[in-house]
Design a protein around this ligand. Structure first.
Ligand SMILES: C[S@@+](CC[C@H](N)C(=O)[O-])C[C@H]1O[C@@H](n2cnc3c(N)ncnc32)[C@H](O)[C@@H]1O
Length: 321
């Protein structure tokens, strides 16, 4: 029987990540979203023999492929964990105490889903392929997308689709999805897409070259099912406490909601006040220095070669002494 090779995940903004995470001798590097280890492999290629790299991912399939790729490198360790839970995780704390007692020189978070997840129909992330309506990054924990939808009301589902998908037709779409569920027509990814198309037909969008009408709803449900934005700000704040002075945090986001949270969190930790009024009610502690404050987007060549990278934004900040 022929085996189909797993889809390749092209690491996004790779050169920019390497340029903005300069590694000192014996660098300590923490990768909060290891994925298939593309960024990890390139960072390890720049690091010396004394470096140590800890890769974290909540997806067992991604970890297995990353181990195939990097497991022979003695500098590399891997931890099964959601980064939101990492900061209290005893394995992480033991690794940190033994291998990085002074803190990390570089922490990377490349947020969102990997190509592996999107292109594996059985994972249920994509409206392009028929698959079970799952969408969990860690299929061993939590509710599948179908089970999560079954717990929603018209209103809560519409709110999630509006908030996480920025979908203006969120209310009729939520009603169509819950109607499909009641009528036992909502088991697969294509069923979910079909429910969306009853509200926004696919053909006119396709003819006009717009993205598929199901894109925003799928994004919203995936974010809700995985709690992707729930503890992002708190996790970035925790990450910063594990940087050594002069160490850098680099975060790649893929949509405006995510980027807004990253931007606001880093600015707050850099002592910049964005709240109402001209000045902060209390002085904000200045823990970080922003590097390229506007963020870094892929260049034209990368956007053309890897279209999904177009929406990516890299933000980098350095821990002050
Ligand atoms: C965009 S991919 C990372 C790709 C990686 N940089 C590479 O070059 O191969 C994002 C990865 O982060 C993982 N992930 C997403 N949210 C996570 C979380 N909260 N905790 C741990 N891993 C997470 C996903 O399972 C996925 O494998």
């Amino acid at each position: 029987m022929m085996t189909v090779p797993p889809p390749v995940h092209v690491p996004v903004l790779l050169q920019e990540v390497l340029d903005h995470l300069p590694l000192p001798p014996a660098a300590r590097i923490l990768d909060l979203t290891l994925g298939l280890g593309g960024h990890a492999e390139a960072l390890l290629a720049q690091a010396d023999a004394g470096a140590r790299y800890l890769g974290v991912d909540r997806d067992p399939e991604a970890r297995a492929l990353a181990i195939q790729r990097l497991g022979r490198d003695a500098r590399f360790s891997i931890l099964a964990c959601a980064y939101e839970d990492l900061w209290e995780d005893p394995h992480f704390l033991a690794w940190r105490a033994a291998q990085a007692p002074e803190g990390f020189d570089a922490i990377l978070a490349d947020l969102g889903v990997s190509t592996l997840q999107l292109r594996t129909p059985e994972r249920g992330f994509s409206f392009r392929d028929e698959g079970p309506l799952d969408m969990r990054m860690d299929p061993e924990h939590g509710l599948s997308a179908r089970a999560w939808i079954a717990e929603q009301t018209d209103e809560s589902l519409a709110d999630a689709i509006y908030q996480y998908g920025e979908e203006r037709a969120s209310r009729p779409i939520a009603r169509a999805i819950l109607r499909a569920l009641q009528e036992d027509r909502l088991s697969t990814t294509r069923d979910l897409a079909r429910a969306v198309y009853t509200v926004i037909p696919r053909e006119p969008a396709k003819r006009k070259g717009h993205s598929d009408p199901a894109t925003r709803t799928f994004q919203a449900i995936r974010i809700a099912v995985n709690g992707e934005l729930d503890r992002l700000a708190a996790s970035l704040e925790s990450a910063v406490t594990h940087l050594r002075p002069g160490g850098r945090l680099a975060v790649i986001s893929f949509h405006s909601l995510e980027d807004r949270i990253v931007k606001q969190t880093l600015r707050r930790l850099a002592g910049i006040y964005d709240g109402p009024g001209r000045t902060a009610p209390v002085e904000l502690p200045k823990i970080l220095k922003l590097i390229r404050a506007g963020g870094i987007a892929p260049g034209e060549a990368e956007a053309a070669a890897n279209p999904p990278s177009r929406s990516a934004r890299l933000r980098v900040a350095e821990r002050l002494p």
